[in-house]
Design a protein around this ligand. Sequence first.
Ligand SMILES: [Zn+2]
Length: 184
Amino acid sequence: MFFHYWYEHRSIVRNGHVVDRVTKWLVWSGFDRNKSSRKSWFKLCKEALPHEQGHLDINELYSRRLAEMSLDMLPRGEGADLKEASADLRRKVEALADRVSGEETKEHDQYDAETAHGKNLSKQREWSAAIQARLNRAGIHFRTQAQASPPTSALGLTSRRSHPLCIPCTFTKSDRVKIIVALI
Ligand SMILES: [Zn+2]
């Protein structure tokens, strides 16, 4: 699981001092199939679907948190010249993404510990319900496979939540689909 970000930026010079600001901000989240073998995910999907779905949903929640930051909330780079200011911006954006990613990792660990990797069924149900409530609050709705469009055509949620197989399973079957979810 991952999220990636991309931004455009513009510098302004003020009294010989350069300020670099983000003018466009995109965040993608998804599942990197190159990092997991098809076989192991297939097994996971059959045996631990609700648990693995929880990991994907947690990734989605944190990606969304980052994606929804307004341009004003994003860091500004400063420096004596253009190069310095954009390097400062890059560092600060990286630090922001690292912070969110660190919080996410902590939650994945807590989730695994409390549910015993999905083996504790009552805890798993509790977590799944709580995660679902957070997805609802965040307005994250997943499309069905029939509605999903190729990632090149759209930015927006594209997932296979209501498909009987979990995302990684269907995902690995398709060489066409490289991005599960793209967010603005
Ligand atoms: Zn787990």
